[in-house]
Design a binder for this molecule. Structure first.
Ligand code: RUQ
Ligand code: CUA
Ligand code: CA
Length: 618
């Protein structure tokens, strides 16, 4: 990292012109750079220019990075319990995560892949972000004012819930120029409760729409083949998913049988009109309206809800270009990317384009194993090549010219080796109308020799690339715990998170230390308590064996960053309360004895003294 210290900044003082870009080794790292190189090594106290929201993978959380430094500044637990904040321990977090009748968590593992944020006028608006759990078919929402997960939706009749993407505006109502829906792609076919006819197999995948505000599931669409990644148009009219299993197969060999699969488009306004008109069915196990998006039911363009555009063999990834005109679907098993023109897909739905495949305006070779695509502000696309271990930079307009016969159109602009086997990549504001073309991160699935060896489990390698010039420049390696998948990068001025909670936001808040006490109603006991450094408001909690206890703790400290913890020895309880936050836990006092309860977050010179006893009488 030290050798990167000389690389020039887009930091706070970013308007100063770049100094010579000479790392310790003496070589110029940013040849031909314009006015903005990128500093990855910030001086102590300097702040990053971008937030990165990273999927946490198996840990089921969202990692918040500062970029370009790559420093991890927060983990936001969503699907999996978290020992720092007591996620999955407090009653409030358990309610969001979902519990079984006995009060235990419904799920305590996850597999998150994709994170995306809410839009307004085609750009991020800093309200919400979402993340999926592929394993247990859940969608979590994160409030970006507090950087916490506040709701989790369960998708019915879906397994392998993979891609997500918010819509960017409403397809009908002009006034709704912001995200109101989140689309979710179901990858694995499952037997549906009352079946649906057609195809070799009765197992089906569903495309799901979740309401961005209420987080209720609005509707679902049964499709032929599978869903995978999702992209949405800037006019709100279409959502798209790549399909690698149009074969509806259950085994990988059969999933590769067809030479071409598809990119499937959903006509959002028509689907919602069909739901409104009652043209749907519901399955016995859920009330969610389900419309028929299969091939056979959508032959007439004028009434079709879906359109299947043919794309070469087992495509992966679909992305919407920032000029709002195209969707790009990468080939995976084909060395190509397919460029599909939005207006032509809409023409087909209007009966003005005869063959839906005529919406394809380019299908160009990029290299082996193309997966995901990001964009800059100069008409270029950046696609990961999994097998070639490269990022290829290519110009979309030139690719279209080449496809239409201009063999002099050089569409490949640059290639950069990455280390190794890249999956996702994303650039700053890439999939918005305002990409800034500065930094690009690549999630490399293999790191091999890039870090000190630590045994058989290697980290993944996330690499940062400067894309501000003609040539891509590799800036940094960052080891990361597997298997994080996807991420977005946005300007830091988009969010202004609150530093202290509001006491009134918590119905259970203990607003005055005088309200503290142990309140008994038969076996049910409520303990009310406050914390103010360096003391809890009670000196002792006296209980009887078998008591069903709910303990409520409000942190009355108002100072930014003054967090307290509360842990009960041998009772498996540990959580924190941030300034002005209230949290509660419920447990049965099943072990008699004396148990120290102590503050776990270093809060004061007397932090170690901040402890009380819980006495459980036999
Ligand atoms: S997928 S490496 Cu789970 Cu995002 Cu493409
Ligand atoms: Cu309160 Cu440490
Ligand atoms: Ca296939």
């Amino acid at each position: 990292m030290a050798s990167l210290a000389g690389v020039v900044a887009c930091t706070d003082k970013g308007s100063t012109p770049p100094a010579a870009v000479t790392p310790a080794g003496g070589a110029i790292t940013n040849p031909g750079q314009g006015t903005h190189g990128v500093v990855t090594h910030l001086k102590p106290g300097e702040l990053d220019t971008y937030y990165g929201l990273w999927s946490g993978g198996h840990t089921g959380d969202v990692r918040v990075l500062g970029l370009p430094s790559g420093r991890e500044i927060l983990r936001i637990p969503c699907f999996v319990p978290d020992a720092l904040v007591g996620w999955g321990v407090t009653n409030e977090s358990k309610k969001i995560m979902g519990t079984r009748p006995d009060g235990s968590l419904r799920y305590n593992v996850g597999d998150s892949h994709h994170t995306h944020a809410s839009y307004k006028d085609g750009n991020y608006d800093g309200r919400y972000a979402w993340i999926n759990d592929k394993l247990n078919s859940r969608l979590a929402r994160i409030r970006l004012d507090y950087f916490t997960c506040d709701k989790i939706a369960d998708l019915p009749n879906v397994q392998g819930f993979h891609g997500i993407f918010p819509d960017k505006r409403d397809p009908v109502d002009e006034k709704i120029n912001y995200t109101t829906r989140v689309f979710c792609g179901g990858e694995f076919g499952v037997p549906l409760p009352d079946g649906i006819s057609g195809g070799a197999s009765k197992d089906r995948s569903l495309f799901t729409c979740v309401d961005a505000e209420s987080m209720e599931v609005r509707w679902q669409v049964v499709v032929d083949g599978n869903c995978d990644l999702i992209a949405t148009s800037y006019d709100g009219k279409l959502a798209a998913t790549n399909q690698y299993n149009t074969e509806n197969a259950t085994h990988y060999a059969e999933m590769m049988a067809a030479e071409r699969d598809a990119c499937l488009f959903f006509n959002i306004a028509r689907i919602e009109a069909a739901v409104k008109a009652g043209k749907f069915k519901t399955y016995a196990n859920s009330k969610v309206p389900v419309v028929d998006g299969t091939h056979s039911a959508n032959q007439d363009p004028k009434s079709a809800l879906t359109a299947y555009v043919s794309v070469p063999k087992n495509p992966h990834g679909v992305n919407a270009t920032p000029d709002q005109k195209y969707f790009i679907c990468a080939g995976k098993l084909s060395p190509t990317a397919t460029v599909i023109e939005l207006s032509k897909v809409l023409d087909w739905f209007d009966g003005k384009l005869e063959k839906i495949d005529d919406a394809i305006v380019a299908e160009v070779e990029l290299g082996l194993g193309p997966l995901h695509t990001a964009f800059d502000d100069r008409g270029n696309a950046y696609t990961t090549l999994f097998l070639d271990s490269q990022v290829v930079k290519w110009n979309v307009a030139a690719a279209i010219k080449f496809h239409h016969g201009d063999k002099n159109a050089k569409y490949v602009v640059d290639r950069l080796d990455v280390h190794y086997q890249p999956g996702h990549l994303n650039a700053s504001h890439s999939e918005t109308i305002a990409p800034d073309g500065k930094i690009l991160a690549v999630g490399c699935k293999f790191s091999k020799d890039r870090f000190l060896p630590v045994g058989p489990l290697h980290p993944e390698n996330e690499q940062l690339i400067d894309i501000s010039g003609d040539k891509m420049v590799l800036l940094a390696d960052h080891p990361v715990r597997g298997e994080p998948h996807d991420f977005i990068i946005f300007k830091r001025e988009l969010v202004r998170p609150k530093q202290v909670y509001a006491l009134d936001d918590f119905p259970l808040a203990v607003k005055d230390p005088a309200e503290s006490g142990v309140f008994r109603n038969g076996k049910k006991v409520t303990v009310k308590m406050t914390s103010q450094a360096p003391a809890f408001s009670l000196n002792e909690i006296r209980l009887k064996k078998g008591d069903e206890v709910t303990l409520i703790l409000t942190n009355l400290d108002k100072i930014e960053d003054l967090t307290h913890g509360f842990a009960i020895s041998r009772y498996n309880v540990n959580f924190i309360v941030n300034p002005q936050e209230t949290a509660s836990v419920s447990f049965v006092a099943d072990k008699p004895g004396v148990f120290w309860c102590y503050c776990t977050h270093f809060c004061h010179a007397l932090h170690l003294e901040m402890r009380i006893r819980m006495i459980v009488e036999a």
